[in-house]
Design a protein around this ligand. Structure first.
Ligand SMILES: [Zn+2]
Length: 310
């Protein structure tokens, strides 16, 4: 056996993984993000603060034209988890034809699930209030490659699910997020990878899939392409304090959310039958700020400013 070939192969693998996963941009300095849309802003940048008083109930099917949302094949999904230096991301394994599929609501086309990842704190906010976490399920139009989708105004559909933290959840309540939480300790460092993860992704979707906000926006990371139909569920899922703390140990820097973008031409819609329950969100969030204070001090001071300026 030629050991030097093995050693060379290992060196090359390490080198390629460093260049692939090494963050070329940072959440600490958004002014230097690659992509002109990120720096100069466009017409439909994300994330935004959703003002529920401005949300349009889509009685006339201006935007929500295609009936109920349908999630097909999300029960058993084979994934590879990677810490890419910005977040933990789970990408679908196997051929594109076996990926879960999303249709309906505002989506004219069928979309295949590519990957899921996490932001803490949330990127979108509701009436100025953020959640501790937002999960993004990134879907690509089934008739397009990823590269093609990044050039089309409806190339991607991202489903966003807010995650709420409660310290007094019992085992039964945390069951939905436990499968996921068990994988996090193996993905704490940039470049770490875990294949063959089987998740029931329906457990990570909102319990109420009838109430959602939707608008035409952008990617929230470079190069901020304006190609995303956002579908943001109003009702959060729940995670325990211990599970959330695990994300605090993930080495991706202080935080990993893009700052809120100026609302310009954005029109946010919801299905006509939606029941938007604003006061509940505000009460929940204020209790969470206290909970996370000790381990996300920097972020919490940012949050506190937001709360005071209300
Ligand atoms: Zn995201």
């Amino acid at each position: 056996m030629c050991w030097w070939i093995v050693i060379m192969a290992m060196v090359l693998e390490i080198a390629s993984s460093v260049s692939y996963y090494g963050p070329a941009w940072s959440y600490d300095d958004e002014t230097n993000w690659p992509g002109s849309k990120c720096r100069e802003g466009g017409k439909r940048q994300s994330p935004i603060d959703i003002r529920t008083t401005d949300v349009i109930k889509d009685f006339n099917s201006h935007f929500i034209k295609y009936g109920a949302l349908k999630f097909i094949g999300y029960q058993k999904v084979l994934l590879t988890g990677v810490n890419n230096g910005h977040t933990i991301q789970f990408s679908c394994e196997g051929d594109e034809t076996i990926h879960p599929v999303l249709t309906g609501g505002p989506l004219k086309h069928q979309y295949r699930l590519e990957q899921m990842h996490f932001h803490w704190l949330s990127e979108h906010s509701i009436n100025g209030m953020k959640y501790p976490m937002e999960i993004h399920f990134v879907h690509v139009r089934s008739d397009l490659t990823v590269m093609e989708a990044l050039q089309k105004k409806d190339g991607l559909a991202i489903v966003a699910v807010f995650c709420q933290v409660q310290s007094d959840l019992d085992d039964f309540d945390t069951e939905n997020t436990e499968e996921l939480a068990q994988t996090i300790p193996r993905l704490l460092n940039t470049g770490e990878r875990l294949s063959g993860v089987l998740l029931d992704m329906t457990k990570l979707l909102s319990p109420n899939r009838y109430n959602y906000f939707t608008y035409a926006g952008s990617l929230t990371s470079p190069e901020c392409n304006e190609v995303v139909i956002w579908i943001i569920f109003e009702s959060p899922i729940y995670m325990s304090d211990a599970q959330y703390r695990m994300f605090g140990k993930v080495g991706v820097g202080r935080h990993n959310f893009r700052s809120l973008q100026k609302v310009s031409n954005h029109l946010v819609f919801c299905p006509p039958a939606s029941h938007i329950n604003t006061p509940q969100i505000v009460i929940f969030f204020e209790s969470v700020v206290k909970l996370v204070a000790e381990f996300f001090k920097n972020v919490t001071s940012y949050m506190a400013k937001g709360l005071k300026s209300r």
